[in-house]
Design a binder for this molecule. Structure first.
Ligand code: NAP
Length: 365
């Protein structure tokens, strides 16, 4: 082990063979603070090397990192072995919700913080649901959760659904104009369902007007992000009322949202543009390794943002906004875009871990 590696946090990836797990493995390849020391998946993958397990389902553009390819996959259910081999872990598994929650809580109880991409724990009041640029002030709710779980170090923190991250960041700097009603249609990539064009040929030349549970998540999760920190947990905000339609479109990566918004205190167009231009949140001020600068980017061209051209802005961690204009029913409308498996999944998880490590919630064991 090099001197630098001995100062790094040891990280586990649970669900490492899946679409989001592969993103984690790719994003963490050269991370300055985090080094993968454990990879885990279902019992059927356990015992294989990582390369063997992903051989015919590797979906990333860059190859399997050599250092990870030779690692032996653990069974995610082997909680003690995983907890012994890492300081904290990222979790992205396809399991029934109750099983996911039980698994995540068992890692937390084994004093291993969990940064989760799963939805199972998202609406538990003492589990912070973080977009680090928007609600880092919710992190102290971890102490309430630790009291419930009876842990000293262990906890679960979650990131919201990928759809939320393509439009909520654009709304956030406008919150003091008191948005009352938001209507959003999302156009979501197939990687959001863990698919590629090879594994999902039915999507070619097609649009699917339904993504299970996506609209409910898109309407409720933002209210927790904008909620108040109280002694008992996060109390969701009552406003704005959000109406969401979530549509699956034939795009590999990138979720795009068309948003209409009505305010109690209508700002000018210039006010809105200025809020987006000047938004410089905590991760950017702290120079966290995965924080894109700036987080929000506005493009003036009337045909931008485009999924293919703009999803990789800021290494896939930035949000691109465009087409701000008057709305004949609401006050304004605009379009915004983010990369669903980077900002909306693994990258958002990595930035969350950077924030929680910087703040001392994640420590080296
Ligand atoms: P996926 O490609 O289907 O991968 C699922 C992962 O779960 C695999 O590593 C799989 O391991 C593992 N797994 C399955 N059964 C298991 C078990 N019994 N015990 C332990 N691990 C098990 O799914 P995904 O798209 O990466 O999504 C994973 C999670 O992230 C889901 O909760 C999803 O909702 C969420 N998410 C996805 C996205 C996205 O853009 N794709 C965005 C945000 C959140 P094996 O290979 O051994 O089967």
């Amino acid at each position: 082990m090099t001197r630098l590696e001995s100062t790094m946090y040891r990280v586990g990836v649970v669900g490492a063979t899946g679409m989001v797990g592969q993103r984690f493995v790719t994003l963490l390849k050269n991370h300055p603070w985090f080094k993968i020391t454990a990879v885990a998946a279902s019992a059927s993958s356990a015992g294989k090397t990582y390369s063997q397990a992903v051989e015919d389902r590797w979906m990333m553009v860059s190859p399997v990192p050599k250092s990870i390819g030779d690692m032996t996959l653990l069974d995610a259910a082997d909680v003690n072995t995983i907890a012994d081999s890492c300081d904290f872990l990222f979790c992205a598994v396809k399991l029934p919700k109750a099983d996911t929650l039980a698994l995540e809580e068992s890692y937390a109880r084994a004093e291993t913080p969990v940064i989760s991409n799963n939805s199972a724990a998202r609406l538990i009041p003492d589990v912070p649901m973080l977009i680090p640029e928007l609600n880092p002030h919710h992190a102290p709710v971890i102490e309430t959760q630790r009291r419930r779980l009876g842990t000293r170090f262990g906890f679960i923190a979650v990131k919201p659904n990928c759809s939320v991250q393509c439009y909520v960041p654009a709304l956030h700097p406008l919150m003091d104009f008191h948005p009352e009603r938001v209507f959003v249609s999302t156009y979501q990539a197939i990687s959001g369902g863990g698919k590629t064009f090879a594994t999902y040929p039915d999507i070619i030349d097609n649009i699917i007007p339904y993504i299970p549970e996506e609209e409910e998540k898109s309407e409720s999760e933002p209210l927790k992000i904008w909620g108040d920190l109280t002694d008992g947990g996060i109390l969701p905000s009552f406003a704005p009322v959000i109406s969401a339609q979530c549509i699956r479109v034939p795009v590999s990566d990138g979720h795009l949202a068309a948003v209409s918004i009505q305010f109690a205190k209508k700002p000018s167009r210039e006010d809105i543009l200025e809020r987006w231009r000047s938004f410089e949140p905590l991760p950017q001020r702290w120079n966290l390794p995965s924080a894109p600068k700036p987080f929000l980017r506005y493009l003036d061209e009337s045909d931008r943002p485009q999924t293919k051209l703009d999803r990789d802005y800021g290494g896939g961690m930035g949000v691109t906004i465009g087409r701000l204009r008057d709305d004949p029913i609401f006050d304004y409308r605009f379009v915004s875009l983010s990369h669903n498996t980077i900002r909306g999944a693994a990258g958002g998880g990595v930035l969350t871990a950077e924030l929680l490590a910087k703040e001392g919630y994640i420590v080296k064991k």
